[in-house]
Design a protein around this ligand. Structure first.
Ligand SMILES: Cc1cc2nc3c(=O)[nH]c(=O)nc-3n(C[C@H](O)[C@H](O)[C@H](O)COP(=O)(O)OP(=O)(O)OC[C@H]3O[C@@H](n4cnc5c(N)ncnc54)[C@H](O)[C@@H]3O)c2cc1C
Length: 424
């Protein structure tokens, strides 16, 4: 009997949010897949994450939403501060009734663990598997994927879910003959992020309360997590403006963050200073902010991209992970619809790219414009005036009305049935 020309149907490069969500869906659809992840083990990553209704519905369908509810915190209110004076409080609780799901925040490594379990754990996710090349020769059966160890795999289709510095994306650009292999560019800014232990000075009134801090020199947001622990995230100009493709992750300490934000006011600190929260952190990190600058296709032949590999965006409105989940849902529907002809994946991967590009482009633009608004980055004082008008006077109902286009689109996988919450 001739052996199969491919090792698996779907090969996913990268075991982050997008790759693991897709793998979890394919497990449930009984479609063979393998995830190749370069990290040597399943390790804690990041500080916190916000999950929005546009991503939560897919997680609900996978049975993960209930676990997110147990481990995370619903966003109830957003307090907006200009230095130490409060501009506004937005009541975010109607979000759940309006969109079926709230905005949830939780520890990021916990979320990653939930996805890892849903994707079938180490049986399906191969760690220490760093992909260095992807070769899609139409005259050969399957796409060839080569690891740094020299090991090779073949699959009927390959999904590049390998994040901002995607190798798969670079291979596609090379095959396309593009001069610029990477259109995702360093913005000259750096994210600084951390998560505190539960803050003993807070009580039940503080649960679910986020604070947007607009300091004179920088902005910072604290998101409420379980038991009044807070994850904080700020964006500041990188001191190393030429760090075009290098993470500054390793260099970040409490001092790095305190140097920028430590003296700033924070309402949840007994001392009133943000440094108090930073010093109660359990894990801090920094990473460069990248953004897509032009939109190449999200597929070529039998290879496609998803998540940050396809459309990196600022984290300002917490959408990059949610968009990776959306990609997974849309792609999985097409894989399911074509499950009997996965050896001819190119046509439906083109369809996937067509379906996702516009949405991704809209969300990248929105995230960028939100940074301009949030940081008051418009000339002649217009930025400050606009920010004051929007932040001090717009009620939450107007924000939520506007966000219909973003939160109201909640792709799921038809073959998996009604999400648990929606069916209640
Ligand atoms: C500070 C910060 C805060 C954020 N907050 C939010 C938020 O609140 N909400 C939100 O939705 N988004 C948020 N984002 C964005 C979100 O983290 C990303 O958009 C999301 O992780 C993208 O998922 P992904 O699967 O595309 O990529 P990733 O999660 O980056 O996963 C890529 C994976 O591929 C692996 N990999 C890379 N190269 C290779 C290779 N050659 N071979 C094999 N494996 C490889 C990596 O190790 C990694 O595990 C934030 C980002 C930052 C930096």
């Amino acid at each position: 009997m001739a052996s199969s020309p491919v090792d698996t149907q779907v090969l996913i490069v990268g075991g982050g949010i997008g790759g693991l969500t897709l793998a979890a869906i394919l497990q449930r659809l009984d479609i063979p897949c393998i995830v190749l992840e370069r990290s040597s083990t399943h390790t804690p990553v990041g500080a916190g994450i916000s999950l929005a209704p546009n991503g939560l519905r897919m997680l609900d369908q996978l049975g993960i939403y209930e676990k997110v509810l147990a481990a995370g915190q619903k966003l109830r209110k957003v307090q907006i501060w200009r230095n130490d004076s409060q501009w506004n409080t937005l009541d975010w609780s109607p979000c759940e009734a309006k969109f079926g799901y709230p905005v949830m925040s939780m520890e990021r490594h916990h979320f990653q663990r939930l996805l890892h379990e849903a994707a079938g754990g180490e049986e399906f996710v191969q760690y220490g598997a760093k992909v260095v090349d992807v070769i899609d020769n139409p005259s050969e059966p399957g796409v060839k994927v080569i690891l740094d160890s020299g090991k090779e795999y073949r699959a009927n289709m390959v999904v590049g879910a390998d994040g901002i510095r995607s190798v798969v994306r670079r291979c596609l650009a090379r095959d396309e003959g593009m001069k610029e292999a990477n259109t995702i560019k360093f913005t000259g800014r750096v994210h600084m992020s951390g998560i505190t232990e539960p803050l003993a000075n807070l009580n039940s009134e503080h649960l679910g309360v986020a604070n947007w801090m607009l300091y004179d020199h920088a902005t910072l947001t604290t998101w409420p997590c379980h038991n009044n622990s807070q994850w904080f995230i700020g964006v500041a100009k990188s001191e190393d403006a030429v760090a075009t493709d290098r993470s500054v992750w390793a260099k970040c300490t409490e001092d790095t963050i305190n140097k920028v934000y430590g003296e700033g006011f924070h309402p949840f600190a007994e001392s009133g200073k943000m440094s108090e929260l930073v010093n109660k952190n359990q894990r801090i990190l920094a990473s460069n902010v990248f953004q897509e600058t032009e939109f190449p296709s999200m597929s070529r032949g039998r290879v496609c991209l998803m998540g940050d590999a396809a459309h990196s965006m600022s984290s300002a409105f917490g959408q990059g992970g949610n968009m990776a989940i959306e990609d997974a849902a849309v792609l999985a529907n097409l894989i399911q619809a074509n499950r009997d002809s996965l050896d001819n994946a190119a046509p439906f991967l083109t369809e996937y790219s067509d379906m996702r590009c516009k949405r991704a482009q809209d969300v990248v633009k929105f995230s960028f414009r939100f940074i301009l608004l949030h940081g008051a980055i418009l000339p002649y004082g217009i930025g400050k005036l606009l920010r004051w008008l929007v932040y001090a006077f717009l009620p939450a109902s107007t924000w939520l009305w506007y966000l219909q286009w973003l939160y109201g689109y909640q792709p799921t996988v038809d073959a998996l049935g009604t999400p648990t919450k929606a069916s209640k």
